[in-house]
Design a protein around this ligand. Structure first.
Ligand code: GLN
Length: 503
């Protein structure tokens, strides 16, 4: 019998629809896989005890002839930044250990309504601050390709879960790259939708003007299928776009079979010098561009002179918003409470709780953000950063007047070793230089595998499209995915030695 954990979500959904496989079987196979590998990997913070019951309910409804969604019965891993009523939600922080939400995040509610089966909550850097999961209060997640290396962050748990075949689909959140950079480091697909395209309601806020929820999967089609379920207007999120969206799965299917690359104008950013990237990342990037050119795409050099200020602006705006969002963890409303001594004042309890409940990186960013927002410095820091943000938005507008999509390597290095960057916050921050501009401008961006490094680690390529053109990203990246898989003779993950593949 086929190993159900090796199937894509699309293939598994077909077997579920035809009755060849039950959701209980599919869910059990993934739970068994989690039991077998997650003790080492640590991709999950919590496994759903109710998963098999939820799967049985879908099987019952299918047998009763209910009309079910395309992904009904398919298991889903959920980043712990998203609140759930049936499992604890910690956002990777001690301060929320054991916290049970009274409501589901909209994306979780939509997944549930579509019949997806929640497998568990995935590990992440505390409050989504980081690029390696080393800042999780519950221990780091290992990269399934090489357990001595990070899976990326903050959504390393979701990416590792899909890469290690513990789940066919996962949800992530991306404030500066947290869906895309882990996808790049684990040989998987990660999509950050247009800002406002997917509801943030019930996503524990890091930086509200930058955060976006999106899919983490093994294929572009699977990302499109999940995006179709979670996306669209939500009255509970005041920044949710009122638009109706085309089917992203249909766009991915069209891309995989059609000639969408013919005449496509792909922008490459002149100001991103080769020297900023690990050499084999540049080589893989150029090879992917050449493959698309051979199919009739046109490579156009564009200028984005303000991208180089993106990291600096981000590390003012993100901590500023984070310091304000995290003020809600005050020892009164949610989670942990530490009483330092009998008769302690509210301020003393609050201070002791935050001192004990929040990690180093979170404290660092709260201090940075509070400083940036303080009266005397507000305009010098926050005001300047907002102006840079506008300039980056204009860079995109000018570029998209000339090209259909922009392509960049997803990140500057392949998976680094544990400890290699965690002592140097600045080095870690620079890892996001290519992903951050899309968050600052609210444009959609996707990372898909583009090849392997000289030492056999996965590399990703990122495509960015104008606001609301998420479907274009699915078309283009599905086309490249099909081309590359033809070259490789199958998915990149089949070449992960740790996962049973041949290098
Ligand atoms: N690595 C970036 C940071 O540390 C991005 C995080 C994210 O997208 N949540 O902020």
């Amino acid at each position: 019998m086929t190993d159900l954990t090796r199937l894509t979500a699309a293939a598994l959904a077909e077997k579920l629809a035809s009755g060849e496989v039950s959701s209980v079987e599919a869910t059990s196979a993934h739970l068994d896989r989690i039991t077998a590998v997650d003790g080492d990997l640590n991709a999950f913070l919590h496994v759903n005890e109710g998963a098999l019951a939820a799967a049985a309910e879908i099987d019952r409804r299918r047998a009763a002839g209910d009309a079910l969604g395309e992904l009904a019965g398919v298991p889903l891993a959920i980043k712990d930044v998203l609140v759930t009523t049936d499992m604890p939600s910690t956002s990777g922080s001690r301060i929320l250990e054991g916290y049970m939400s009274p409501f589901d995040a909209t994306v979780v509610a939509r997944a549930r309504a579509a019949g997806l089966v929640g497998l568990g909550k995935t590990n992440m850097d505390e409050f989504a601050m980081g690029s390696s999961t080393e800042h999780s209060a519950f221990g780091a997640t290992l990269n399934p390709w090489d357990p001595t290396r990070v899976p990326g962050g903050s959504g390393g748990g979701s990416a590792a879960a899909v890469a290690a075949f513990e789940a066919p689909l996962a949800l992530g959140s991306d404030t500066g790259g947290s869906i895309r950079q882990p996808a790049h480091l684990t040989g998987t697909v990660g999509m950050k939708p247009t800002y406002g395209g997917v509801s943030r309601y019930g996503s524990i806020a890091l930086a509200s003007s930058l955060d976006q929820v999106g899919p983490a999967t093994r294929t572009v089609l699977d990302a499109g299928l999940l995006h179709d379920v979670i996306g669209g207007h939500d009255a509970l999120d005041s920044t949710s776009l009122p638009d109706s969206w085309p089917s992203f799965a249909a766009a991915a299917r069209e891309g995989a079979r059609g000639d969408v690359l013919k005449g496509l104008k792909i922008g490459v950013v002149r100001e991103l010098p080769d020297s900023g990237f690990q050499a084999d990342i540049s080589t893989s990037f150029r090879a992917a561009l050449a493959a698309m050119e051979a199919q009739g795409a046109e490579i156009v050099e564009i200028s984005a002179p303000h991208f180089e200020y993106g990291v600096a602006a981000y590390y003012v705006l993100m901590p500023a918003e984070a310091s304000s969002n995290l003020a809600r963890f005050d020892s009164v409303r949610f989670g942990m409470r530490v009483t330092p001594h009998a008769g302690a004042t509210v301020e003393e309890v609050m201070s002791a709780t935050r001192a004990a409940g929040l990690g180093e990186e979170v404290k660092r960013r709260i201090i940075l953000g509070t400083y940036a927002l303080s009266a005397g410095y507000y305009d010098a820091y926050y005001g300047s950063a907002q102006r840079v943000r506008t300039l980056i938005q204009r860079d995109y507008t000018d570029a998209f007047a000339q090209v259909d999509v922009i392509a960049t390597p997803t990140s500057s290095t392949t998976a680094f070793k544990f400890g290699e960057m965690s002592d140097d916050p600045l080095a870690m921050y620079l890892n996001d230089a290519t992903t951050i501009p899309a968050n600052l401008a609210g444009v959609p961006a996707i990372s898909i595998p583009s090849g392997l490094s000289d030492d056999g680690l996965p590399i990703g390529i990122q495509f960015v499209a104008p606001v609301r053109e998420d479907a274009r990203l699915y078309r283009v990246s599905a086309a490249l995915e099909a081309l590359l898989q033809d070259q490789w003779g199958g998915p990149l993950l089949d070449r992960a030695p740790m996962l049973g593949g041949k290098a």
